[in-house]
Write a protein that binds this ligand. Structure first.
Ligand code: PLP
Length: 296
């Protein structure tokens, strides 16, 4: 079975604070590749779908929170490509818009509570689920791990194919949100040092992202910037006003908790002089628009 990727458009990103600093930027619109399997999720799932197909797995099983973009994309991909899906959720049963979609897409849900969810990285966690769902393909939280990162190399290829159409002779660096760090690690691996990849941390440093990226991609070729503004999933009035302002300027719908925080961290670093005038940046819109219903 083929899980071919649609092409994400690369569009000029015009914002006053970028123009003032004489930074050229373009946004890779991963949010536009599919109405349901949106953003970086498709790239992170692609190798898992191939593995599941190769092993004739009847279904796919993974974990996430009750606004999870990852579970949302997984449920949609399962329905699209003929795999059953099961989701292991953090906390206790709740009807968020995302959860209602998961059910409508046919995903079987199991609520693990908070303690049960914390055990997800312990040895033996998957055993009872593998016994319950024999032969199903298990996907780590957030689509993380090597298979997820390898799928993200295609993000680089899609962007590079469109650089000449922008009128650019090349580009200098990437900027994107990091949650598990898988997408960032995939770009670092694909770039192999050719261009620096900047990750804006949507989670606190203690969440293991640094270790996960180092394990996948080593110590070089990237920089991580604090961007979580008090915690994963937290938002504040300044962030929401900034996102609304960027949406007004660009006409591009944004989600605050990843893409919005990443753009705000970019503005801070641009204003602090991290990039010389003339720098050409590729900003990745990692999708997640379905998750907006959780906080708006
Ligand atoms: C919309 C969105 N952007 C960015 C990310 C971060 O991607 P990664 O986990 O690969 O760092 C996620 C999920 O984690 C997400 O849902």
């Amino acid at each position: 079975m083929h899980f071919d990727l649609p092409q994400a458009p690369l569009q000029p990103l015009n914002l006053p604070w970028l123009q003032q600093a004489k930074i050229a930027a373009a946004m890779l619109r991963l949010d536009l590749i599919d109405p349901l399997i949106s953003g970086n999720k498709w790239f992170k799932l692609r190798h898992h779908l191939q593995q599941a197909s190769a092993s004739n797995a009847p279904g796919l099983i993974s974990l996430g929170g009750n606004h999870s973009n990852h579970l949302h994309a997984l449920a949609a991909a399962g329905k699209r490509f003929g795999f059953a899906t099961a989701g292991l959720l953090r906390g206790h049963a709740q009807d968020t818009p995302t959860v209602l979609d998961l059910q409508a897409l046919g995903m079987e849900l199991h609520w693990l509570g908070y303690g049960g969810y914390r055990a997800r990285n312990e040895a033996g966690f998957w055993e009872p689920w593998q016994a319950r769902y024999p032969g199903w393909h298990c996907i780590p939280e957030g689509g993380g791990g090597l298979a997820g990162a390898q799928g993200c190399a295609l993000i680089m290829q899609q962007a590079q194919a469109q650089i000449p159409a922008l009128g650019w002779s090349g580009y200098d660096a990437w900027w994107l949100a990091a949650g598990t760090g898988t997408t960032l690690a995939g770009l670092v691996m694909a770039e192999a040092g050719a261009h620096v990849v900047h990750g804006a941390l949507a989670v606190p440093r203690g969440h293991g992202v640094l270790e996960a990226v180092a394990t996948l991609a080593g110590a070089h070729g990237y920089q991580l910037h604090d961007a979580c503004r008090g915690g994963f999933g937290k938002f504040d009035a300044e962030l929401l006003a900034f996102v609304a302002d960027c949406e007004r300027h660009t006409g591009v719908p944004l989600e605050a908790l990843y893409t919005g925080k990443a753009l705000l961290a970019l503005r801070e670093q641009v204003e602090a002089g991290l990039f010389a005038p003339g720098t050409r940046l590729l900003f990745v819109h990692t999708g997640g628009l379905q998750g907006r219903r959780g906080y708006l």
